[in-house]
Design a protein around this ligand. Sequence first.
Ligand code: SF4
Ligand code: SF4
Length: 462
Amino acid sequence: MKVYSFPHGGISFEDPTAPPRDESALSFLPSLSIVPLVAQNGSRSLPVVKPGDTVCEGQLIARRQGAGSANVHSPVPGKILENTTWNIARGVLCNSMVIRMEGAFSLLGKTGHDYDWRTLSPFELRELITEFGVVDMDGTGVPVSDTISLFHRAHEPVTLLVRCVFDDPWLAADYVLCQERVESIALGALITARAAHASKIVLAVSEPEKKLGINLLEKISTEAEATLVLVGSRYPQRNTRELEIVLHQYERKEKQHFGALLCMGPATLAAICDAVTLHKPVLDRYIAVGGSAVRRPRVLKARLGSRLEQLFDECGGFTARPKRTAIGSPLLGRPVFSLDEPVTAASYAVFAIRDEHGGFNKNPRVLDLRTRSRLGAERPASVPFKLDYARANKCIGCGECRTVCPVGLDPEDLYKMLIARVFSRELGLLTARCHGCGCCEAVCPSRLPLSRLIINPAGGGS
Ligand code: SF4
Ligand code: SF4
């Protein structure tokens, strides 16, 4: 079977400090949960409970208010202690409910009633997905009902693209989920395809995980038209743009037409399955916990609202004081300001990196990609970041950033024009093509903030 890959750029990203992808461990239930009521884009949900109220596990605590926001449910039974303000992402201040766990769990450990979704109309399926607050669990946190509503009235055929692409070792949580909940992912794909009026399902699976792809294909193709497309595992193959490139290659070769592509990851599909077949909101998620400062990296199944400090403790704590802690992959992670920050539905990984240089080869020409990515990961990050003009022009002209850019940009050139503040329409058009994969930063031996400045030229203001 042919393997499709985007034509140029990208990196083979390895990181020995990422958790192993063998199995998940159940995290302790949090005695105090912090549940944000604001999505990552700042959209707010309206609280329907107040401090002093008692809530059940899975009870609605905040209602969606239009596009961008989602229904929020209590991950544990307990008492609402306060409605506090919390810094959740990209500097966004949001309301959060602090819940002290008490009382009996009504959903935990129970298989639940299996509702027959096949008798439901696409509209009813979308209503259930909305009601149980399913959001994109691949890092964006966008409500799935918003995404599906963009497609179900499309004027061209819609294809559901199931993304099982592991181009980053920090996708360990998704990998373990695929091993442990393959049935739910397949069912979630069938439900989503019906809800979005998608006529086909395409499984984009990294070539080393071919077995998983065949397994999913067998389960889905009994009820829907499905195709398996093997793709490369070079980062950023899982980006929508790189996936579209390889699927267009496939369409040309196989003389097929997929139309508009609705892309969903395995964690989101499993959550859709739970919402529709069990009437269960998103209460927990698989999360990869690791980094050079963490004693025992592993994949945990954690309740939403659990504090990050608790997760690190369950991984044996820190071996040294972390220099950088962030949510997501080291290539694109956003900084964590406090270890009291909670796990949200979109938290697929969290890492802590210690200030270490021992053992690193200091010669940038012969650094291997693994070491470079760790160097990149150790850059202190802040949002918005300030450009360090003392080291801003430390480019040694090695040209590595050009070789890895999947879009064919010249990050060195763009960076130099941006720090010199030589703005022009052409420069604006070029920077607009950058999709922020972070490859250029990961390989830059001078550790320059290339992608951060290219994506957000104003962000590097003095
Ligand atoms: S310039 Fe943009 S697209 Fe190119 S490698 Fe850097 S971040 Fe990625
Ligand atoms: S990788 Fe860094 S040092 Fe090398 S050319 Fe690009 S910006 Fe300059």
